[in-house]
Design a protein around this ligand. Structure first.
Ligand code: HEC
Length: 473
Protein backbone atom coordinates (compact mmCIF):
# COMPACT_ATOMS: atom_id res chain seq x y z
CA UNK A 1 0.00 0.00 0.00
CA UNK A 2 2.68 2.43 -1.09
CA UNK A 3 0.09 5.02 -2.02
CA UNK A 4 -1.04 5.48 1.57
CA UNK A 5 2.47 5.50 2.93
CA UNK A 6 3.23 8.37 0.61
CA UNK A 7 0.42 10.28 2.22
CA UNK A 8 2.15 10.05 5.58
CA UNK A 9 3.39 13.46 6.59
CA UNK A 10 5.87 13.99 9.41
CA UNK A 11 3.70 15.45 12.13
CA UNK A 12 4.34 17.01 15.51
CA UNK A 13 3.16 15.46 18.73
CA UNK A 14 0.02 17.56 18.96
CA UNK A 15 -1.06 16.38 15.53
CA UNK A 16 -0.47 12.82 16.59
CA UNK A 17 -2.85 13.37 19.48
CA UNK A 18 -5.42 14.63 17.03
CA UNK A 19 -5.02 11.56 14.84
CA UNK A 20 -5.39 9.30 17.87
CA UNK A 21 -8.63 11.08 18.73
CA UNK A 22 -9.88 10.65 15.18
CA UNK A 23 -9.03 6.93 15.29
CA UNK A 24 -10.80 6.54 18.61
CA UNK A 25 -13.99 8.17 17.35
CA UNK A 26 -13.88 6.12 14.17
CA UNK A 27 -13.36 2.91 16.12
CA UNK A 28 -16.35 3.69 18.35
CA UNK A 29 -18.58 4.27 15.34
CA UNK A 30 -17.31 1.31 13.38
CA UNK A 31 -17.50 -1.27 16.14
CA UNK A 32 -20.91 -0.05 17.23
CA UNK A 33 -22.38 0.33 13.76
CA UNK A 34 -21.13 -2.90 12.19
CA UNK A 35 -22.34 -4.65 15.35
CA UNK A 36 -25.72 -2.94 15.22
CA UNK A 37 -26.20 -3.63 11.54
CA UNK A 38 -25.32 -7.27 12.08
CA UNK A 39 -27.76 -7.54 14.99
CA UNK A 40 -30.43 -5.85 12.95
CA UNK A 41 -30.20 -8.21 9.93
CA UNK A 42 -29.63 -11.24 12.06
CA UNK A 43 -32.73 -10.66 14.19
CA UNK A 44 -34.79 -9.59 11.21
CA UNK A 45 -33.74 -12.67 9.27
CA UNK A 46 -34.62 -14.93 12.15
CA UNK A 47 -38.04 -13.28 12.46
CA UNK A 48 -38.66 -13.59 8.70
CA UNK A 49 -37.69 -17.28 8.77
CA UNK A 50 -40.08 -17.85 11.63
CA UNK A 51 -42.81 -16.05 9.72
CA UNK A 52 -42.29 -18.41 6.82
CA UNK A 53 -41.95 -21.56 8.87
CA UNK A 54 -45.01 -20.95 11.05
CA UNK A 55 -46.83 -19.13 8.28
CA UNK A 56 -47.39 -16.39 10.83
CA UNK A 57 -47.45 -12.95 9.29
CA UNK A 58 -47.01 -11.17 12.61
CA UNK A 59 -43.34 -12.12 12.50
CA UNK A 60 -43.06 -10.68 9.02
CA UNK A 61 -44.02 -7.28 10.40
CA UNK A 62 -41.49 -7.75 13.20
CA UNK A 63 -38.78 -8.60 10.65
CA UNK A 64 -39.57 -5.35 8.87
CA UNK A 65 -39.29 -3.32 12.07
CA UNK A 66 -36.07 -5.06 13.04
CA UNK A 67 -34.24 -4.27 9.82
CA UNK A 68 -35.11 -0.61 10.35
CA UNK A 69 -32.92 -0.67 13.47
CA UNK A 70 -29.76 -0.74 11.37
CA UNK A 71 -31.00 0.98 8.22
CA UNK A 72 -33.78 3.28 9.38
CA UNK A 73 -31.92 6.56 9.07
CA UNK A 74 -31.05 7.54 5.51
CA UNK A 75 -27.33 7.32 4.87
CA UNK A 76 -26.39 5.95 8.27
CA UNK A 77 -24.36 3.22 6.57
CA UNK A 78 -22.31 5.96 4.95
CA UNK A 79 -21.77 8.23 7.93
CA UNK A 80 -21.28 5.53 10.53
CA UNK A 81 -19.69 2.90 8.30
CA UNK A 82 -17.88 4.14 5.22
CA UNK A 83 -16.60 7.42 6.68
CA UNK A 84 -14.94 5.86 9.75
CA UNK A 85 -13.44 3.15 7.50
CA UNK A 86 -11.90 5.93 5.41
CA UNK A 87 -10.50 7.67 8.48
CA UNK A 88 -8.93 4.37 9.51
CA UNK A 89 -7.30 4.20 6.09
CA UNK A 90 -5.88 7.70 6.52
CA UNK A 91 -5.14 7.57 10.25
CA UNK A 92 -3.47 4.22 10.94
CA UNK A 93 -0.60 4.63 8.46
CA UNK A 94 0.30 7.96 10.08
CA UNK A 95 0.91 6.25 13.40
CA UNK A 96 2.49 3.12 11.97
CA UNK A 97 4.77 5.02 9.61
CA UNK A 98 8.23 3.55 9.35
CA UNK A 99 7.22 0.21 10.88
CA UNK A 100 6.45 -3.05 9.14
CA UNK A 101 2.82 -2.79 10.17
CA UNK A 102 1.08 -2.46 6.84
CA UNK A 103 -2.48 -2.45 8.02
CA UNK A 104 -4.15 -0.51 5.22
CA UNK A 105 -4.70 -3.48 2.89
CA UNK A 106 -6.77 -5.29 5.50
CA UNK A 107 -8.86 -2.22 6.22
CA UNK A 108 -9.57 -1.78 2.52
CA UNK A 109 -10.73 -5.38 2.20
CA UNK A 110 -12.96 -4.76 5.23
CA UNK A 111 -14.39 -1.66 3.57
CA UNK A 112 -15.13 -3.47 0.30
CA UNK A 113 -16.83 -6.40 1.97
CA UNK A 114 -18.73 -4.00 4.21
CA UNK A 115 -20.04 -2.14 1.15
CA UNK A 116 -21.21 -5.38 -0.45
CA UNK A 117 -22.92 -6.36 2.78
CA UNK A 118 -24.74 -3.01 2.90
CA UNK A 119 -25.92 -3.44 -0.69
CA UNK A 120 -27.28 -6.92 0.09
CA UNK A 121 -28.96 -5.72 3.23
CA UNK A 122 -30.80 -2.92 1.45
CA UNK A 123 -32.11 -5.32 -1.18
CA UNK A 124 -33.18 -7.60 1.65
CA UNK A 125 -34.95 -4.71 3.33
CA UNK A 126 -36.83 -3.82 0.17
CA UNK A 127 -37.90 -7.38 -0.43
CA UNK A 128 -39.40 -7.45 3.07
CA UNK A 129 -41.34 -4.32 2.24
CA UNK A 130 -42.59 -5.80 -1.04
CA UNK A 131 -43.58 -8.95 0.74
CA UNK A 132 -45.91 -6.91 2.94
CA UNK A 133 -47.40 -5.21 -0.08
CA UNK A 134 -48.16 -8.59 -1.64
CA UNK A 135 -49.61 -9.78 1.59
CA UNK A 136 -52.10 -6.90 1.64
CA UNK A 137 -52.97 -7.66 -1.97
CA UNK A 138 -53.61 -11.28 -1.21
CA UNK A 139 -55.74 -10.55 1.79
CA UNK A 140 -57.57 -7.47 0.53
CA UNK A 141 -58.07 -7.92 -3.20
CA UNK A 142 -60.80 -10.40 -3.97
CA UNK A 143 -59.90 -10.95 -7.55
CA UNK A 144 -61.93 -13.43 -9.44
CA UNK A 145 -59.37 -13.70 -12.17
CA UNK A 146 -57.30 -16.82 -11.75
CA UNK A 147 -54.46 -15.51 -13.88
CA UNK A 148 -53.97 -12.34 -11.81
CA UNK A 149 -53.87 -14.32 -8.59
CA UNK A 150 -51.33 -16.63 -10.14
CA UNK A 151 -49.22 -13.68 -11.22
CA UNK A 152 -49.20 -12.40 -7.68
CA UNK A 153 -48.28 -15.78 -6.42
CA UNK A 154 -45.22 -16.03 -8.68
CA UNK A 155 -44.04 -12.54 -7.84
CA UNK A 156 -44.59 -13.17 -4.19
CA UNK A 157 -42.44 -16.26 -4.31
CA UNK A 158 -39.77 -14.39 -6.22
CA UNK A 159 -39.63 -11.70 -3.59
CA UNK A 160 -39.54 -14.31 -0.87
CA UNK A 161 -36.50 -15.97 -2.44
CA UNK A 162 -34.70 -12.70 -3.06
CA UNK A 163 -35.27 -11.81 0.57
CA UNK A 164 -33.91 -15.08 1.86
CA UNK A 165 -30.92 -14.95 -0.49
CA UNK A 166 -29.87 -11.36 0.18
CA UNK A 167 -30.60 -11.69 3.88
CA UNK A 168 -28.22 -14.60 4.32
CA UNK A 169 -25.59 -12.94 2.13
CA UNK A 170 -25.92 -9.73 4.08
CA UNK A 171 -25.24 -11.63 7.28
CA UNK A 172 -22.29 -13.58 5.90
CA UNK A 173 -20.64 -10.57 4.28
CA UNK A 174 -21.06 -8.55 7.42
CA UNK A 175 -19.39 -11.27 9.46
CA UNK A 176 -16.45 -11.24 7.04
CA UNK A 177 -16.27 -7.42 7.16
CA UNK A 178 -16.30 -7.50 10.96
CA UNK A 179 -13.62 -10.15 10.88
CA UNK A 180 -11.33 -7.96 8.80
CA UNK A 181 -12.11 -4.96 10.94
CA UNK A 182 -11.17 -6.82 14.13
CA UNK A 183 -8.18 -8.37 12.41
CA UNK A 184 -6.88 -5.02 11.20
CA UNK A 185 -7.23 -3.35 14.59
CA UNK A 186 -5.57 -6.32 16.31
CA UNK A 187 -2.83 -6.43 13.70
CA UNK A 188 -2.14 -2.74 14.35
CA UNK A 189 -1.14 -3.44 17.96
CA UNK A 190 0.20 -6.97 17.69
CA UNK A 191 3.62 -6.49 16.13
CA UNK A 192 4.34 -10.23 16.20
CA UNK A 193 1.99 -10.46 13.17
CA UNK A 194 3.83 -7.90 11.11
CA UNK A 195 5.33 -9.41 8.03
CA UNK A 196 3.39 -12.66 8.63
CA UNK A 197 0.70 -14.07 6.37
CA UNK A 198 -2.90 -12.92 6.32
CA UNK A 199 -3.97 -16.13 8.09
CA UNK A 200 -1.89 -15.17 11.11
CA UNK A 201 -4.00 -12.04 11.31
CA UNK A 202 -7.39 -13.62 10.64
CA UNK A 203 -7.08 -16.63 12.89
CA UNK A 204 -5.30 -15.24 15.89
CA UNK A 205 -7.20 -15.75 19.13
CA UNK A 206 -7.58 -12.03 19.68
CA UNK A 207 -9.05 -11.41 16.22
CA UNK A 208 -11.47 -14.29 16.59
CA UNK A 209 -12.77 -13.30 20.01
CA UNK A 210 -12.95 -9.64 19.10
CA UNK A 211 -15.09 -10.51 16.06
CA UNK A 212 -17.44 -12.69 18.09
CA UNK A 213 -17.61 -10.03 20.74
CA UNK A 214 -18.60 -7.31 18.27
CA UNK A 215 -21.29 -9.56 16.82
CA UNK A 216 -22.67 -10.46 20.24
CA UNK A 217 -22.57 -6.86 21.45
CA UNK A 218 -24.21 -5.80 18.18
CA UNK A 219 -27.04 -8.27 18.68
CA UNK A 220 -27.56 -6.95 22.19
CA UNK A 221 -27.44 -3.40 20.83
CA UNK A 222 -29.94 -4.09 18.05
CA UNK A 223 -32.38 -5.66 20.48
CA UNK A 224 -32.02 -2.65 22.79
CA UNK A 225 -32.61 -0.20 19.94
CA UNK A 226 -35.68 -2.10 18.75
CA UNK A 227 -37.14 -2.33 22.22
CA UNK A 228 -36.41 1.31 22.86
CA UNK A 229 -38.35 2.42 19.78
CA UNK A 230 -41.08 -0.17 20.13
CA UNK A 231 -41.86 0.19 23.82
CA UNK A 232 -40.37 3.36 25.23
CA UNK A 233 -39.78 6.26 22.91
CA UNK A 234 -42.82 8.51 22.53
CA UNK A 235 -45.07 5.81 23.88
CA UNK A 236 -43.70 3.14 21.54
CA UNK A 237 -45.14 1.61 18.37
CA UNK A 238 -48.84 1.13 17.80
CA UNK A 239 -49.19 -2.63 17.81
CA UNK A 240 -52.28 -4.31 16.35
CA UNK A 241 -53.04 -5.78 19.77
CA UNK A 242 -51.44 -6.80 23.08
CA UNK A 243 -50.71 -10.26 21.79
CA UNK A 244 -48.59 -9.01 18.89
CA UNK A 245 -46.84 -6.64 21.23
CA UNK A 246 -45.89 -9.41 23.67
CA UNK A 247 -44.90 -11.81 20.93
CA UNK A 248 -42.55 -9.18 19.45
CA UNK A 249 -41.14 -8.27 22.82
CA UNK A 250 -40.44 -11.84 23.87
CA UNK A 251 -38.79 -12.68 20.56
CA UNK A 252 -36.36 -9.75 20.66
CA UNK A 253 -35.83 -9.83 24.40
CA UNK A 254 -34.67 -13.44 24.26
CA UNK A 255 -31.89 -12.58 21.78
CA UNK A 256 -30.87 -9.50 23.75
CA UNK A 257 -30.65 -11.42 26.98
CA UNK A 258 -28.80 -14.41 25.53
CA UNK A 259 -26.18 -12.24 23.91
CA UNK A 260 -25.77 -10.22 27.12
CA UNK A 261 -24.99 -13.50 28.89
CA UNK A 262 -22.49 -14.52 26.24
CA UNK A 263 -20.62 -11.21 26.17
CA UNK A 264 -18.72 -11.49 29.51
CA UNK A 265 -17.26 -14.80 28.42
CA UNK A 266 -16.15 -13.47 25.03
CA UNK A 267 -14.84 -10.36 26.70
CA UNK A 268 -12.65 -12.36 29.04
CA UNK A 269 -11.16 -14.37 26.15
CA UNK A 270 -10.70 -11.22 24.10
CA UNK A 271 -8.84 -9.36 26.79
CA UNK A 272 -6.50 -12.19 27.79
CA UNK A 273 -5.53 -12.70 24.16
CA UNK A 274 -4.25 -9.13 23.75
CA UNK A 275 -0.48 -9.33 23.18
CA UNK A 276 1.89 -8.28 25.98
CA UNK A 277 3.34 -5.35 24.09
CA UNK A 278 -0.07 -3.67 24.14
CA UNK A 279 -1.06 -4.18 27.78
CA UNK A 280 -1.49 -1.34 30.23
CA UNK A 281 -3.43 -0.57 33.37
CA UNK A 282 -5.61 1.96 31.64
CA UNK A 283 -6.54 -0.56 28.97
CA UNK A 284 -7.86 -2.93 31.64
CA UNK A 285 -9.79 -0.08 33.21
CA UNK A 286 -11.56 0.59 29.92
CA UNK A 287 -12.19 -3.12 29.41
CA UNK A 288 -13.70 -3.51 32.85
CA UNK A 289 -15.89 -0.44 32.40
CA UNK A 290 -17.15 -1.81 29.11
CA UNK A 291 -18.01 -5.08 30.78
CA UNK A 292 -19.66 -3.36 33.72
CA UNK A 293 -22.01 -1.52 31.39
CA UNK A 294 -22.90 -4.79 29.67
CA UNK A 295 -23.93 -6.10 33.08
CA UNK A 296 -26.10 -3.02 33.61
CA UNK A 297 -27.56 -3.59 30.18
CA UNK A 298 -28.37 -7.22 30.98
CA UNK A 299 -30.09 -6.06 34.14
CA UNK A 300 -32.30 -3.53 32.35
CA UNK A 301 -33.27 -5.90 29.56
CA UNK A 302 -33.98 -8.64 32.09
CA UNK A 303 -36.35 -6.33 33.93
CA UNK A 304 -38.39 -5.59 30.78
CA UNK A 305 -40.21 -8.86 31.41
CA UNK A 306 -42.55 -6.93 33.66
CA UNK A 307 -44.67 -4.49 31.70
CA UNK A 308 -44.07 -1.62 34.11
CA UNK A 309 -40.30 -1.88 33.60
CA UNK A 310 -40.49 -1.84 29.81
CA UNK A 311 -39.46 1.78 29.55
CA UNK A 312 -36.30 0.95 31.53
CA UNK A 313 -34.92 -0.25 28.21
CA UNK A 314 -33.96 3.35 27.48
CA UNK A 315 -31.22 2.93 30.08
CA UNK A 316 -30.25 -0.40 28.58
CA UNK A 317 -29.91 1.38 25.26
CA UNK A 318 -27.58 3.96 26.83
CA UNK A 319 -25.57 1.36 28.74
CA UNK A 320 -24.76 -0.69 25.68
CA UNK A 321 -23.71 2.43 23.78
CA UNK A 322 -21.33 3.39 26.59
CA UNK A 323 -20.09 -0.16 26.63
CA UNK A 324 -19.18 0.09 22.93
CA UNK A 325 -17.41 3.42 23.50
CA UNK A 326 -15.32 1.86 26.31
CA UNK A 327 -14.55 -1.15 24.15
CA UNK A 328 -13.23 1.15 21.43
CA UNK A 329 -11.21 3.02 24.07
CA UNK A 330 -9.72 -0.27 25.25
CA UNK A 331 -8.77 -1.16 21.70
CA UNK A 332 -7.22 2.21 20.92
CA UNK A 333 -5.38 2.28 24.24
CA UNK A 334 -3.81 -1.08 23.36
CA UNK A 335 -2.78 0.42 20.04
CA UNK A 336 -1.41 3.53 21.68
CA UNK A 337 0.79 1.59 24.11
CA UNK A 338 2.14 -0.67 21.41
CA UNK A 339 3.14 2.20 19.12
CA UNK A 340 4.35 4.64 21.78
CA UNK A 341 7.92 4.04 20.63
CA UNK A 342 7.02 4.66 17.07
CA UNK A 343 5.13 7.83 17.91
CA UNK A 344 8.37 9.21 19.22
CA UNK A 345 10.24 8.40 16.10
CA UNK A 346 7.58 10.16 14.06
CA UNK A 347 7.83 13.31 16.08
CA UNK A 348 11.62 12.98 15.90
CA UNK A 349 11.44 13.35 12.14
CA UNK A 350 9.39 16.43 12.75
CA UNK A 351 11.88 17.69 15.34
CA UNK A 352 14.75 17.29 12.92
CA UNK A 353 12.96 19.30 10.28
CA UNK A 354 12.20 21.93 12.87
CA UNK A 355 15.80 22.05 14.04
CA UNK A 356 17.05 22.47 10.52
CA UNK A 357 14.74 25.38 10.12
CA UNK A 358 16.03 26.92 13.34
CA UNK A 359 19.63 26.28 12.35
CA UNK A 360 19.04 28.79 9.59
CA UNK A 361 18.97 31.64 12.04
CA UNK A 362 20.65 30.02 15.01
CA UNK A 363 23.61 32.35 14.87
CA UNK A 364 21.60 35.49 14.43
CA UNK A 365 19.84 37.51 17.10
CA UNK A 366 16.48 36.08 16.10
CA UNK A 367 17.15 32.66 17.64
CA UNK A 368 14.17 31.96 19.85
CA UNK A 369 15.02 32.17 23.53
CA UNK A 370 13.11 29.80 25.73
CA UNK A 371 12.57 30.60 29.38
CA UNK A 372 12.23 27.19 31.04
CA UNK A 373 11.51 28.65 34.46
CA UNK A 374 8.57 30.52 32.98
CA UNK A 375 7.25 27.37 31.36
CA UNK A 376 7.49 25.53 34.66
CA UNK A 377 5.74 28.37 36.47
CA UNK A 378 2.90 28.53 33.98
CA UNK A 379 2.37 24.97 32.79
CA UNK A 380 4.04 22.29 34.89
CA UNK A 381 3.62 23.66 38.40
CA UNK A 382 -0.07 22.82 38.36
CA UNK A 383 0.82 19.15 38.72
CA UNK A 384 4.51 18.88 39.55
CA UNK A 385 6.57 19.82 42.58
CA UNK A 386 10.25 19.08 42.82
CA UNK A 387 10.40 17.33 46.16
CA UNK A 388 6.88 16.19 46.85
CA UNK A 389 4.95 13.51 45.06
CA UNK A 390 1.37 14.57 44.43
CA UNK A 391 -1.85 12.99 43.32
CA UNK A 392 -1.50 14.77 40.02
CA UNK A 393 2.08 13.87 39.20
CA UNK A 394 5.37 12.46 40.55
CA UNK A 395 8.01 14.67 42.17
CA UNK A 396 10.75 15.72 39.78
CA UNK A 397 13.37 14.72 42.34
CA UNK A 398 12.09 11.14 42.08
CA UNK A 399 11.75 10.83 38.34
CA UNK A 400 14.41 13.07 36.83
CA UNK A 401 17.49 11.21 38.21
CA UNK A 402 16.82 8.25 35.92
CA UNK A 403 17.46 10.55 32.98
CA UNK A 404 20.98 11.34 34.11
CA UNK A 405 23.07 11.59 30.96
CA UNK A 406 19.99 10.87 28.85
CA UNK A 407 18.82 14.32 28.03
CA UNK A 408 17.56 13.27 24.60
CA UNK A 409 15.18 10.78 26.16
CA UNK A 410 13.83 13.35 28.54
CA UNK A 411 13.24 15.71 25.62
CA UNK A 412 11.35 12.91 23.91
CA UNK A 413 9.15 12.35 26.93
CA UNK A 414 8.31 16.01 27.41
CA UNK A 415 7.61 16.48 23.73
CA UNK A 416 5.33 13.48 23.63
CA UNK A 417 4.66 11.82 26.98
CA UNK A 418 4.14 8.09 27.04
CA UNK A 419 3.22 6.02 30.09
CA UNK A 420 6.02 5.51 32.61
CA UNK A 421 4.78 5.02 36.17
CA UNK A 422 1.59 3.25 35.17
CA UNK A 423 0.97 1.95 38.68
CA UNK A 424 0.54 5.36 40.28
CA UNK A 425 -0.56 7.29 37.23
CA UNK A 426 -2.46 4.97 34.91
CA UNK A 427 -3.66 7.88 32.79
CA UNK A 428 -0.10 9.03 32.14
CA UNK A 429 0.71 12.64 31.51
CA UNK A 430 -1.25 14.65 28.99
CA UNK A 431 0.72 16.18 26.17
CA UNK A 432 1.68 19.70 27.22
CA UNK A 433 1.99 20.94 23.67
CA UNK A 434 5.56 22.18 23.96
CA UNK A 435 7.55 22.82 20.80
CA UNK A 436 10.73 20.80 20.27
CA UNK A 437 12.85 23.81 21.21
CA UNK A 438 10.88 24.37 24.39
CA UNK A 439 11.07 20.69 25.31
CA UNK A 440 14.81 20.75 24.91
CA UNK A 441 15.23 23.81 27.09
CA UNK A 442 12.88 22.28 29.64
CA UNK A 443 14.84 19.02 29.79
CA UNK A 444 18.14 20.88 30.23
CA UNK A 445 16.65 23.01 32.94
CA UNK A 446 15.11 20.09 34.85
CA UNK A 447 18.34 18.09 34.74
CA UNK A 448 20.19 21.18 35.88
CA UNK A 449 17.93 21.71 38.83
CA UNK A 450 17.72 18.16 40.03
CA UNK A 451 21.20 16.85 39.25
CA UNK A 452 23.19 20.01 38.80
CA UNK A 453 24.20 18.99 35.30
CA UNK A 454 23.29 20.52 31.95
CA UNK A 455 22.15 24.11 32.05
CA UNK A 456 24.40 25.76 34.62
CA UNK A 457 22.71 29.11 34.29
CA UNK A 458 19.67 27.69 36.01
CA UNK A 459 21.71 27.13 39.18
CA UNK A 460 21.14 30.47 40.94
CA UNK A 461 17.41 29.88 41.23
CA UNK A 462 17.86 26.35 42.57
CA UNK A 463 16.60 27.37 46.01
CA UNK A 464 13.15 28.10 44.77
CA UNK A 465 11.73 24.57 44.98
CA UNK A 466 12.98 24.29 48.55
CA UNK A 467 11.10 27.44 49.46
CA UNK A 468 8.03 26.09 47.81
CA UNK A 469 8.28 22.86 49.69
CA UNK A 470 8.38 24.65 53.03
CA UNK A 471 5.45 26.75 51.94
CA UNK A 472 3.41 23.70 51.07
CA UNK A 473 4.10 21.92 54.35
C1 HEC B 1 -2.04 17.69 34.26
C2 HEC B 1 -0.93 17.35 35.10
C3 HEC B 1 0.46 17.50 34.55
C4 HEC B 1 1.05 18.61 34.01
C5 HEC B 1 0.44 19.98 33.80
C6 HEC B 1 2.42 18.24 33.73
N1 HEC B 1 2.63 16.93 34.06
FE1 HEC B 1 4.39 15.94 33.89
N2 HEC B 1 3.52 14.28 34.65
C7 HEC B 1 2.20 14.17 34.99
C8 HEC B 1 1.92 12.80 35.36
C9 HEC B 1 0.58 12.25 35.79
C10 HEC B 1 3.14 12.12 35.23
C11 HEC B 1 3.38 10.64 35.43
C12 HEC B 1 3.15 9.99 34.09
C13 HEC B 1 3.70 8.63 33.97
O1 HEC B 1 4.51 8.24 34.78
O2 HEC B 1 3.33 7.95 33.02
C14 HEC B 1 4.12 13.07 34.80
C15 HEC B 1 5.46 12.76 34.59
C16 HEC B 1 6.40 13.65 34.17
C17 HEC B 1 7.80 13.37 34.04
C18 HEC B 1 8.47 12.09 34.42
C19 HEC B 1 8.52 11.08 33.31
C20 HEC B 1 9.11 9.76 33.73
O3 HEC B 1 9.86 9.22 32.93
O4 HEC B 1 8.85 9.29 34.83
C21 HEC B 1 8.39 14.50 33.55
C22 HEC B 1 9.83 14.67 33.23
C23 HEC B 1 7.37 15.49 33.39
N3 HEC B 1 6.19 14.95 33.79
C24 HEC B 1 7.58 16.75 32.91
C25 HEC B 1 6.58 17.73 32.79
C26 HEC B 1 6.80 19.04 32.28
C27 HEC B 1 8.12 19.56 31.75
C28 HEC B 1 5.63 19.70 32.37
C29 HEC B 1 5.29 21.12 31.94
C30 HEC B 1 5.59 21.49 30.62
C31 HEC B 1 4.66 18.78 32.93
N4 HEC B 1 5.27 17.60 33.17
C32 HEC B 1 3.32 19.09 33.16
C33 HEC B 1 1.23 15.15 35.00
C34 HEC B 1 1.46 16.44 34.56
Amino acid sequence: MELFNDLVIPVGSSHLTLIRLMLYISASFLFAYTGLLFGSVFLSYRAASKAKKDNDFRYQKLAQDLIKVGTGITGMWFGLGIVPFLSFILGYPQLLAGTEGDVVGYIIVGLLVFSMAVASIYVYKNSLNFKSVFYSFKTNVRSKSESIVEDYHDLDEDIENTGAFTGIWGILLLIVATWFLSGATTYAYDNSMWGQSIFEMLFSANTTFKTLLILAMGTAFASAVYMFYAFSWQGGYKFANEEVKNLSKNFVRKFGLNSALLIPLLYAFQIVSIPNNALSGLMFVFGLLSLLFVVFFAQSIYLTKAEEHSSGIKYGFMFIMISFAMFAAQDQQAFHISVAENLNSISEIHTKAEEERHAGYASSEEAPVVDAQAIYDTRCIACHKFDKKQLTAPAYNDVIPKYEGKEAELVKFILNPYPQNTKDYPAGMANQGLTPAESKAMAKWLLGKVLGEGDKEAEPSAEKPAEEATASK
